[in-house]
Design a protein around this ligand. Structure first.
Ligand SMILES: [Zn+2]
Ligand SMILES: [Zn+2]
Length: 535
């Protein structure tokens, strides 16, 4: 039992207060019903929280204290396996169809959460270039804490992670950047790292102070690059560039301006960090004003639009390719741009990936290791409610938003969510209360229905014109990292190299260290301290 049971000043328990406030909410909802769009109904009074039973999604059969439901996502385990490493030729990337798009979740959680869910990151690949045995184009969207291990497990090497689109600069969306930036050049990214993200927020900090920080992506990159100086120099006895690297231009990648690295790195060096800062206020009102990337060779177009999250300057992205489309909202409150982008001028989108947050009292209950929301201290709920109110989309709002999108996305994915059987069951109930026609996991969407799923780490979704399929990455917890794919050229001489030598093997591993206190190795005979070959 908990020590946190509270009694309201009126003598009512929180449970009683919830009942009363729920009744009030129900009344409001009846008055608030306006329109009903295409098969989805607005919430009715009986969908509202008239008692705490609404926090227990399946009635008596679902309890928040059921350990089995609280510690697994059993649906995910039913998905067909996706094998990132071919057993026949382990170095190859699992091919996509010519006209297929593949989305992989490397992180899917809201902080702080479970070991089984890292912070946010998606990897999107399009089409297949059989001459290169690689996707035609590929992108990282956000890269929060812990996702690097999942990238490695899923055979997605650093060389394929050179285009990173950040929705905003919260730590749970960018904190693995240090790892990706620093270790890419030691692996197979021998070219610069390109980073898209919003420009400065323009928020006076705080109001009345007259102070405006440069909190945009360019300044972030400049500071991050400088902060990583010790790392980048220390590893520069290895080659960090190759010839002939063809640098992208504003035209070749369809960028808003010419890509120029921060700092003093050579523009073809893999320690060069190239920000592409976006005007986050734009959303395509004037055609083309929100294009982040439009590659005429691969055909991929990525546009951005503002969302509402904590502080001005968060964006969502839409990727369009070969008649397929995908939206990733990043973190946001429910708002009109995500809705309108998903309506897409009446054409709809194939996949809508939108964040969702559990009710504040459930969030608090879980973190306090309680099993009854009525036991959570009011202050704790209020604290999390302020987070939700400034930043996120509640379950019911997610359903309502979906009800306003016609035609429906072929698949809607709830993400940034603590995914377990009990939280998903509760969330589904809230979504259904606001959007009646939800198909759940039915693989064949009916006309005007909304097919919905919840993301989990290593979930793989393939999208083609005739089907959308979900898989579960089949990986080894102790497997080695992603395949090394050498760049298509000659590696250049490292920055720290033996005098009078050139080429990638000329790197001098001793150039930056003092060997006067070293215990030396020697040849492989019985009298040596230890063998230089490592054995
Ligand atoms: Zn955020
Ligand atoms: Zn977040």
């Amino acid at each position: 039992m908990s020590n946190f049971k509270t009694t309201e000043p009126t003598g009512l328990t929180r449970r009683d207060v919830l009942k009363l406030s729920g009744l009030a909410l129900g009344g409001l909802a009846v008055g608030g019903v306006t329109t009903s769009l295409g098969g989805c109904n607005n919430a009715q009074a009986d969908d509202q929280c008239t008692s705490t039973s609404c926090t227990c999604p399946d009635g008596p059969t679902c309890r928040w204290d059921d350990p089995a439901k609280a510690q697994q996502y059993s649906y995910f385990n039913t998905l067909a396996p996706f094998e990132p490493f071919s057993t026949l030729t382990p170095s190859t990337i699992p091919p996509l169809g010519e006209n297929e798009l593949r989305i992989t979740f490397l992180g899917s959680a809201i902080p702080q959460h479970a070991r089984g869910q890292m912070m946010m990151s998606l990897f999107v690949e399009v089409g297949w270039d059989s001459s290169k045995q690689a996707p035609r184009d590929q992108f990282v969207f956000d890269c929060g804490a812990g996702v690097s291990a999942n990238y490695a497990a899923m055979n997605i090497g650093f060389g394929r992670m050179d285009k990173i689109f950040l929705t905003h600069l919260h730590g749970d969306h960018m904190s693995d950047l240090i790892h990706i930036y620093c270790f890419g050049p030691s692996s197979d990214r021998k070219s610069p790292l390109y980073l898209w993200g919003p420009g400065p927020s323009g928020v006076e900090s705080p109001p009345g102070s007259g102070k405006y920080y440069d909190d945009g992506t360019k300044a972030f990159c400049a500071n991050l690059r400088a902060a990583c100086r010790w790392h980048t120099e220390s590893f520069s006895f290895q080659s960090t560039s190759y010839t002939p690297y063809i640098r992208p231009t504003q035209t070749s990648w369809g960028l808003p301006y010419s890509p120029i690295p921060v700092g003093d790195d050579a523009p073809d060096d893999s320690y060069a960090m190239v920000p592409i800062e976006l005007d986050w206020t734009q959303y395509g009102k004037t055609p083309g004003d929100n294009v982040a990337y439009h590659n005429p060779i691969t055909g991929v177009k990525i546009t951005h639009f503002p969302v509402i999250h904590d502080r001005k300057g968060s964006v969502g992205y839409k990727l369009e390719w070969n008649g397929l489309s995908l939206i990733y909202t990043g973190d946001t409150k429910p708002e009109i741009h995500s809705r309108d982008q998903a309506i897409n001028g009446g054409n709809g989108v194939d996949v809508l990936i939108h964040e969702m947050v559990v009710p504040a009292e459930i969030w608090a209950m879980k973190m306090l290791r309680l099993t009854d929301p009525a036991e959570v201290p009011r202050e704790t709920v209020q604290q999390l409610q302020t987070v939700q109110n400034s930043s996120h989309t509640p379950q019911g709002a997610f359903g309502y938003l979906l009800s306003q999108i016609s035609p429906r996305p072929r698949l809607t994915v709830a993400t940034h969510f603590p995914t377990t059987d009990d939280t998903v069951a509760c969330a589904m109930k809230s979504v259904q209360a606001h959007c009646k026609v939800i198909q759940g996991r039915d693989p064949l969407p009916q006309e005007n229905a909304a097919r919905i799923t919840w993301s989990a780490d290593l979930m793989v979704i393939t999208v083609s014109r005739n089907q959308i399929r979900e898989f579960k990455g089949d990986v080894a917890n102790f497997g080695f990292a992603a395949t090394y794919q050498p760049p298509p050229g000659t590696l250049n001489t490292p920055k720290y190299h033996y005098p009078d030598q050139s080429g990638p093997t000329a790197g001098d591993p001793y150039a930056q260290i003092d060997l006067s206190t070293e215990i030396p190795a020697c040849g492989c005979n019985d009298t040596c301290n230890y063998r230089e070959d490592g054995y």
